[in-house]
Design a protein. Structure first.
Length: 326
């Protein structure tokens, strides 16, 4: 499971960007769309990384992942409303502190609910994929109803902190402030995941437990606790992604997680089920495709990523990075 970089998927990413250059009409338009697409891709990666982590290390198909996304987004509305003086201030430090508090709250609540979700719904169906799909989908439906009972069924606005709104110009290219921050967060999540999984004892034990659970338990380690930790970490990452996604959308509804779920599964299928690096490349491809298609052919934008997935699977039926690069 050591990372062995295959350059071909990265050339696919470059090819998509180069193909879009003459189609978009001008270099500045292309640059705007590309930067927005990469930023969207990194936000999707943050959300999908938790799902990839749970499937890759625990072999669990969690169709209830959207609950944790929605919880993160709704906690952001609550925290930012409570910290309105900070979020509405012209101080960058105050704005970042408010956003950090919203992210921390979203991750904490999603992680706490993840403990219950794993114990009650997922643990009884380990190794049974069909039952996992059915029971986690049921969990998502129940979760959405509980969110409606707590926050209501209507759209709740989620405005960005004051200094994170708007853009700054680099020549003719407009860079959105919040999307740039989202890129930094996405890259930080990637580095943290790869570092923990490949360079720490906990990561080694988790990966060894996936390969030979009995042997690791014979050495005295509690694999079940490690797997619960993995599920909780995946839930927390979904909560963090929900905060970012809600801020980009400027509003949240109880269905926000379910609406993103299809996109997430497209990403992890493209990337290769369970691969962290594949999840990153898949998310970037999806983000770029959505932006290019939305500009060039808005009516086809809804189907563009499904077409991308079909094309990738025809080329590599097991995904871009099916085994390594976790």
């Amino acid at each position: 499971m050591n990372m062995k970089l295959d350059p071909k998927p990265l050339t696919l990413l470059a090819a998509l960007m180069l193909l879009a250059l003459p189609l978009t009409g001008s270099p500045s338009t292309w640059a705007n769309l590309t930067l927005a697409g990469l930023a969207m891709g990194l936000i999707v990666f943050v959300i999908a990384s938790g799902l990839t982590l749970v499937f890759g290390l625990m072999d669990v198909l969690n169709f209830g992942h959207g609950v944790f996304i929605a919880l993160g987004a709704f906690m952001a509305t609550t925290v930012l409303a409570a910290l309105a003086p900070w979020a509405g201030s012209n101080s960058v430090a105050a704005n970042l502190a408010a956003l950090a508090a919203a992210c921390a709250a979203g991750m904490a609540v999603s992680a706490a609910v993840g403990v219950v979700f794993e114990r009650v719904l997922v643990r009884p169906v380990y190794g049974q994929h069909l039952k996992q799909i059915l029971i986690t989908m049921g969990g998502m439906i129940i979760g959405e109803e509980l969110i409606k009972a707590s926050w209501g069924a209507q759209l709740i606005p989620l405005p960005m902190p004051e200094t994170l709104r708007g853009i700054f110009l680099i020549g003719d290219v407009a860079v959105e402030k919040f999307r740039l921050l989202a890129c930094v967060i996405g890259l930080a999540v990637l580095v943290a995941l790869l570092g923990v999984l490949n360079r720490t004892k906990i990561g080694l034990l988790i990966r060894a437990g996936v390969q030979d659970r009995e042997m690791v338990e014979a050495l005295g380690y509690r694999i079940r606790r490690l797997f619960v930790g993995v599920f909780v970490a995946g839930s927390a990452l979904a909560g963090l992604g929900g905060v970012l996604w809600g801020l980009v959308q400027q509003g949240v509804t109880p269905q926000i997680g379910g609406q993103v779920n299809l996109l997430l599964f497209i990403v992890i299928i493209i990337g290769g089920l369970g691969s962290t690096l594949g999840c990153l490349v898949g998310a970037l491809l999806v983000g770029l495709m959505a932006n290019y298609a939305g500009f060039l052919a808005p009516k086809a934008a809804l189907f563009s990523n499904i077409g991308l997935m079909v094309a990738v699977l025809l080329w590599r039926p097991q995904g871009l990075y099916p085994v390594g690069a976790k």
